[in-house]
Design a protein around this ligand. Structure first.
Ligand code: 5GP
Ligand code: ZN
Length: 119
């Protein structure tokens, strides 16, 4: 494990291959895999390999990782068949947003017509 790994974190353990996941994309900074409890016909999670608890803990030194995560979204969407039909990426942060896993993840959701606003 590298210094970015938190042994108490589910998504760090998925990134380390200790817990299986349906992985659709991986590069030197990020990993994307299917959500175990999908909220839409296609529901993927894009995470940084580095353990960062939420957007609130993101530091300016993480700029490259954060940018990389957004740059990967189009390719992840393409692999999930969502590139042309459209998709949404959401970062639930904190209690009101119902964040339950404290390792930054973008929910990439699509495969159906969505509503807005989301409540
Ligand atoms: P949050 O609630 O923090 O915004 O999102 C956490 C997401 O992780 C949820 O959509 C939940 O279904 C998903 N999740 C929780 N545990 C696992 C797991 O073990 N494997 C996968 N693939 N997804 C998980
Ligand atoms: Zn983690």
């Amino acid at each position: 494990h590298n210094s970015f790994y938190n042994p108490d974190c589910l998504f760090c353990r998925i990134a380390a291959g200790e817990i299986p996941a349906d992985i659709v994309y991986r590069d030197e900074h990020v990993l994307a895999f299917r959500d175990i409890n999908p909220a839409a016909p296609e529901h993927l999670l894009i995470i940084p390999l580095k353990h960062i608890a939420s957007l609130n803990e993101l530091q300016s030194e993480d700029k490259e990782i954060a940018g990389h995560l957004l740059l990967a979204a189009g390719e992840v969407a393409r692999r999930a068949g969502l590139y042309d039909s459209g998709y949404r990426m959401v970062f639930n942060t904190g209690a009101d947003a119902l964040q339950s896993v404290f390792h930054i993840h973008g929910h990439l959701i699509g495969g159906c017509r969505m509503g807005w606003p989301p409540f």
